[in-house]
Design a protein. Structure first.
Lengths: 475, 509
């Protein structure tokens, strides 16, 4: 057995033990520690797997890049996991199964990232989506919250099933055409064509549409803000970080390996989606009063920026891999830590509830502000480095339309990011919002660490860029 | 090493000041003063160890991001040295001006103030374009917080407006910087964002035009030049006194510095082609700023509009294609730094004492606070360009230099001086003379030693600059002649201008 498979097996094993523990009513803290231990073990095993020689195992492809992305997935999960026990105790009657669903969605995400065959891809996708449906509907103590959660869950279930169906249809057509579902063999022209070219392009558009739907990019974005608003905070975090990471990694890999980006229509569609997402996402985020809706729209815009990398990829493949890794790392780390802070604050939905946070809970507020600065792409944060890489290669390949949208989007985003900073630092007169807010320092440990990493790598990104440059070579 | 210290000391001081605020709210300002004084040590060391033949006093170069061949490259020449010295002096003044005004969260205030200063120093000493951009953006964020947290009634609006305007310009500059890096890659097969490497590039006229436009947009917004100026009156008016001083006296100078250091050197063809356009903007700014200043009733707003007018002279001096005018622009930068800092400090002192900045509610201050009125009058007179004080030298050199090539611009700009005399005399007349208005009859204290020290030292500096500007001119002489003579540009300028003139004559016989 090869070491690359070990992380998936460990996670599966841990989830089976969890099932038994839940069946025998084990203590919540035991479930918590088991999950944490398995995450740490997986991270260590993934680090060891970099040195393993054999990359492709059947339906899975453990290239260094895929390994790094799955490591990122584990790190994100860990950041969200850290304050989870406290949140569950406060917000749920039956907390333990949450960990089970968390591990399953992580398994799904990891499988999607390393998938090299459509069967594995679909398996991972469904495992991820179905666990997330369960998590979205996770029971809430108050009646109103429960109704919101169930509404969001049903919405997500139906829409995600439609997305999967569209992807399946596309793949069925591709299968008729080429007779293979292996990603590496989808390359146009390597096998005889049974279907007319327009139908193949149509099938690719189906697949793209389904995946863009899952990524909630611009024309198919309407569900995402409602979903984030309705779901519990840690689940909203998973939805906008882990799930998107997995889908985007698979999308990128599929469209690059198969050479589909070289079809002009596809490239145009992707560019158009990117432009609309960047502009529309940012514009919609401007007037939001709910922090989750705001983050949802800003996430749409950020994935619009990420789509630029897909367009770049057939101009300069290796560089685009580097940018992808840096951008995903910078964005997802900051966002998941932001969510993890939000999940520690009591009942923070409206922006006005964040008012004066700087004076009530300085440590949380300062880490939050640094993360917002990183999302906004202000220099000396990692977010700027990522954006700089992106702009640089955009200029190199002269993608002026996309760059124009990127610049306009960034300017619009400054409004709401800095408005958020103003709200956090505003002094509040109301008593309820003026009293200090005690948070456990242990819970804050991971967020503060992430804030330090964001600033540290923003000032001296050499370790990260070097690591990524050494890895990006082979995908 | 000295260069590194120059920029790290304020940064370190910022963090110490912040932490010390928890112990005692008096400590942060003391630490801020100590930090700024400490910064003079590396500055003096730079001056003493300077390499007398070369252009650069000292350089510091170390790899930063090897993937893109990015270096941390700091260097100081006469211009940078001058502006860093100006920054440190003005910062001391800003700390003194905030001495009593800032009582709440003083640790955080001085953290932001010192971070802004460290960013500004970074801008003045970096020779790597990306590093320059990073400092350029980084100094804005603490300034945003200074306005947002300690400003006056409409502070949130003003802070956001300030940030969005300057970010907008900055992002276009980032595009241009990236494009320069890419062109270097295409021409030499290697990434580089180093100023010295990029100034060796061969750029066509069309390329220069687009690249320079990105830079100019950032600089014109920050300067501020005419169509992009609307953030400035708001930001200045709403900012606390200390931040206003930094903003007007130093932050605006970063853009003029950027024009001199980067635009004039990297894009000589653009400068020749677009000199007329930019000078039109500059002269329009001079007249517009001065006439709007005349119409203001808010003292701080008045000074803010006068800044637009004075920075117009700097812009005119930079684009007059002439070493004399360029030196005039540099002198004007320093002199305007002193006068605007002084006037904002005076506005802050008046606000402290009377609780208003509204000129119509002031009057007869000379009877109540004679010393403050006297010092303020000298500063106002310096602003209007009285010979013997610093601003006169700057404006005179700019007008003299630009007259050679752009006669009519120089003539119209000179008319702007009359306007500035109008509003400066208006300040003196309405605020300090006349009878005291009913609202401010109650007795107030005259200037204390701290305020007196800051204003008198400014006046001494202005007098020194006005009576004996030669040392300052010597400091920037090498740079100014090198820029205007680069690659035989001077001859090029002469010939193109002659062609223009001939063409005009032929068209209008």
């Amino acid at each position: 057995m090869s070491i690359q498979l070990a992380p998936l097996l460990i996670l599966t094993l841990a989830s089976l033990i969890l099932v038994l523990m839940i069946a025998f009513n084990a203590k919540l803290s035991h479930c918590h520690w088991l999950t944490g231990l398995s995450l740490v073990a997986v991270f260590i095993l993934q680090t060891l797997a970099f040195t393993a020689p054999n990359n492709t195992i059947g339906l899975l492809d453990f290239s260094p890049m895929a390994l790094l992305l799955s490591q990122l997935g584990v790190v994100i999960t860990f950041i969200i996991y850290w304050p989870l026990q406290q949140w569950l105790v406060q917000n749920s009657h039956k907390p333990a199964p949450f960990y089970l669903l968390l591990l399953w969605s992580l398994i799904g995400a990891l499988v999607m990232i390393v998938a090299n065959h459509f069967a594995m891809f679909f398996l991972g996708l469904e495992l991820l989506s179905l666990s997330l449906v369960g998590l979205v509907a996770y029971q809430c103590p108050d009646q109103q919250g429960r109704e919101h959660a169930i509404e969001a869950a049903i919405k997500y279930l139906i829409l995600s099933a439609i997305g999967s169906a569209v992807i399946l249809l596309g793949f069925a057509l591709i299968y008729i055409n080429g007779g293979t579902l292996q990603f590496g063999e989808l390359m146009a022209g390597t096998h005889e064509q049974l279907l007319p070219a327009w139908l193949v392009t149509g099938a690719i558009i189906f697949i793209a549409a389904g995946m863009l739907f899952k990524l909630s990019l611009a024309p198919c974005h309407l569900w995402f803000a409602d979903l984030l608003q309705g779901s519990p905070t840690p689940v909203a975090a998973l939805l906008s970080t882990l799930s998107k990471l997995a889908v985007f990694a698979a999308f990128f890999k599929l469209f690059i390996i198969s050479g589909w980006m070289q079809i002009i229509v596809i490239e145009q569609i992707i560019s158009l989606v990117a432009v609309i997402s960047m502009l529309w996402g940012n514009l919609l985020a401007l007037r939001q009063q709910n922090i989750f809706r705001l983050l949802a729209y800003s996430s749409i815009a950020h994935f619009g920026y990420l789509l630029i990398i897909t367009v770049l990829s057939h101009h300069s493949a290796i560089v685009s891999h580097e940018i992808l890794l840096i951008y995903l790392f910078a964005y997802l780390i900051a966002l998941s830590a932001l969510f993890s802070i939000l999940s520690q604050l009591p009942d923070c939905h409206n922006l006005s509830q964040l008012r004066g946070l700087l004076w009530r809970q300085p440590l949380a507020a300062i880490s939050m502000m640094l993360m917002i600065l990183s999302l906004a792409g202000i220099p000396l944060t990692l977010g700027f480095m990522a954006k700089f890489y992106l702009v640089l290669s955009g200029v190199e390949n002269q993608l002026w339309l996309l760059l124009g949208a990127l610049i306009s989007g960034t300017i619009i985003s400054m409004f709401y990011y800095f408005n958020l900073l103003i709200i956090i630092s505003k002094k509040s007169n109301a008593d309820a919002l003026a009293t200090p807010l005690p948070l456990k320092h242990g819970m804050m440990l991971v967020n503060s660490l992430v804030a330090l990493v964001i600033i540290g790598l923003g000032i001296y990104p050499e370790p990260l860029t070097r690591l990524i440059a050494s890895i990006a070579g082979g995908y | 090493m000295n260069l590194l210290l120059l920029f790290f000391i304020p940064m370190l001081g910022a963090i110490i000041a912040w932490l010390s605020g928890r112990l005692n709210s008096d400590y942060p300002r003391l630490i801020a003063v100590a930090t700024l004084l400490l910064c003079f040590i590396p500055l003096v060391a730079l001056w003493l160890n300077q390499d007398s033949d070369g252009l650069w006093f000292a350089t510091f170069n170390t790899p930063w991001i090897t993937r893109l061949n990015l270096n941390i490259h700091f260097a100081v020449d006469g211009l940078s040295f001058l502006l860093v010295a100006l920054t440190l002096l003005i910062s001391l003044l800003a700390v003194f001006a905030s001495w009593q005004e800032i009582n709440e969260k003083s640790g955080l205030f001085y953290l932001n103030l010192l971070l802004t200063i460290s960013g500004i120093i970074g801008v003045f000493i970096s020779l790597n374009l990306l590093l320059f951009f990073i400092f350029w953006e980084v100094m804005l964020v603490p300034m945003f917080f200074l306005i947002n947290l300690w400003g006056h009634e409409r502070r949130h609006y003003a802070a956001l407006k300030f940030l969005i305007f300057t970010q907008l310009g900055g992002l276009f500059m980032l595009l241009s910087i990236c494009a320069l890096g890419v062109i270097h890659l295409q021409q030499t097969g290697q990434w580089s964002f180093d100023y010295l490497a990029l100034s060796q590039l061969n750029l066509g006229a069309k390329e220069q035009q687009w690249l320079a436009l990105g830079f100019m947009l950032a600089f014109l917004v920050k300067l501020p030049a005419l169509p992009f100026h609307s953030w400035l009156p708001d930001a200045h008016t709403q900012a606390p006194t200390g931040a206003s001083i930094i903003l007007a006296a130093v932050l605006l100078k970063t853009s003029a510095y950027g024009i001199i250091r980067f635009v004039l050197v990297l894009f000589p063809q653009f400068v020749i082609d677009f000199a007329v356009v930019i000078n039109t903007i500059a002269v329009a700014g001079i007249i517009y700023g001065a006439s709007l200043a005349f119409a203001q009733s808010d003292l701080k707003r008045l000074v803010a509009y006068s800044s637009i007018s004075h920075m117009g002279f700097v812009l005119l001096g930079c684009f007059s294609l002439n070493a004399l005018a360029l030196q005039g622009a540099i002198v004007q930068m320093v002199a305007h730094g002193f006068t605007s800092a002084g006037l904002f400090a005076v506005a802050g002192m008046i606000y402290d004492r009377y609780g208003t900045r509204d000129i119509s509610r002031l009057g007869g201050l000379a009877q109540q606070v004679p010393q403050l009125s006297g010092l303020a009058t000298v500063l106002a007179i310096a602003t209007l360009g009285m010979p013997g004080l610093g601003n006169f030298i700057g404006e005179f050199l700019v007008l003299l230099g630009s007259f050679e090539q752009f006669k009519w611009f120089s003539v119209i700009a000179a008319a702007g001086l009359i306007f500035s005399a109008c509003y400066c005399l208006l300040i003196i007349h309405r605020c300090f003379w006349g009878s005291a208005s009913a609202s401010n009859k109650q007795p107030v204290k005259d200037v204390n030693w701290r305020e007196k020290l800051s204003l008198i030292s400014l006046i001494i500096a202005l007098l020194g600059l006005g009576l004996h500007p030669q040392p300052l001119l010597n400091l920037t002489d090498k740079l100014a002649t090198r820029i205007t003579l680069k690659d035989g540009q001077q001859t090029l300028v002469k010939t193109t201008l002659n062609q223009h003139k001939r063409g005009n004559k032929e068209q209008s016989p």
